[in-house]
Design a binder for this molecule. Structure first.
Ligand SMILES: [Zn+2]
Length: 229
């Protein structure tokens, strides 16, 4: 008798869990609300972006465009939206970023910035170069999230990232890969890696915690890869 009750409970829990996942997926398929909040894209950023493409990847273009095949998820390691935005809103890399100064004067940026409540801001057109992931920028759309190790990313951000990734995959069917920034080293010896300087590489640990596994669990059906093969 007791065994029967246990089995019934397991069945009920499974059903509830299935329904929960089902509603999660349905919600994630909604069109994302994207608020345009462009960072400065002046003649200086354009010139530095073109220089970056040439020096790091040997690419010569009249416009600093990219061809999205990958999405890279980041955290800003900054507590609030305004400071996170301001850090990317200059064309020239601040002198404080000594860790990547040898990589050039173009400021770091990303295409999207997701606030802690899940609000999505677009900072750059998706097909413009953003300096956010060494070696992969010519194919990578960057999504930054406000927060970090000291201020863990939120469930609202997980959901917003899932909706955004789903939207981007639909818009750019060529996107095959989804990685956390901390996973980018896995592409270093692949044909996708375009950096010309073999020593230009920095260890990354974003996004913090289990953010990537939570995100991936919501978009399994997209079959996005986190490795080059
Ligand atoms: Zn990052």
């Amino acid at each position: 008798m007791r065994r029967g009750v246990v089995v019934l409970c397991i069945v009920l829990v499974s059903l509830v869990s299935f329904r929960h996942n089902e509603s999660k997926e349905t919600n994630d398929r909604s069109q994302p609300v994207i608020i345009l909040k462009p960072i400065v894209f002046d003649s200086t950023r354009k010139r530095l972006s073109l220089e970056y493409l040439l020096h790091h990847y040997g690419i010569t273009r009249s416009e600093p465009t990219i061809q999205p095949r990958m999405i890279v998820i980041h955290h800003t390691a900054i507590d609030n939206l305004d400071s996170s935005f301001n850090q990317m809103n200059t064309s020239v890399l601040p002198s404080i970023r000594k860790d990547i100064q040898k990589g050039g004067a173009l400021d770091v940026s990303a295409h999207f910035l997701v606030d802690r409540n899940g609000t999505i801001y677009q900072l750059l057109p998706e097909n413009m170069l953003a300096r956010h992931t060494i070696g992969l920028n010519p194919i990578a759309i960057g999504i930054e999230n406000v927060g970090g190790h000291h201020l863990p990313l939120t469930n609202a951000q997980v959901k917003a990232n899932a909706v955004l990734v789903r939207y981007l995959k639909k818009k750019y069917p060529a996107i095959e890969y989804l990685i956390g920034h901390k996973e980018y080293g896995g592409f270093r010896s692949s044909a996708l890696w375009m950096e010309k300087d073999p020593d230009y590489f920095t260890e990354k640990n974003d996004p913090a915690g289990n953010f990537m596994s939570l995100l991936r669990s919501r978009i399994k059906d997209l079959h996005l890869k986190n490795k080059p093969w």
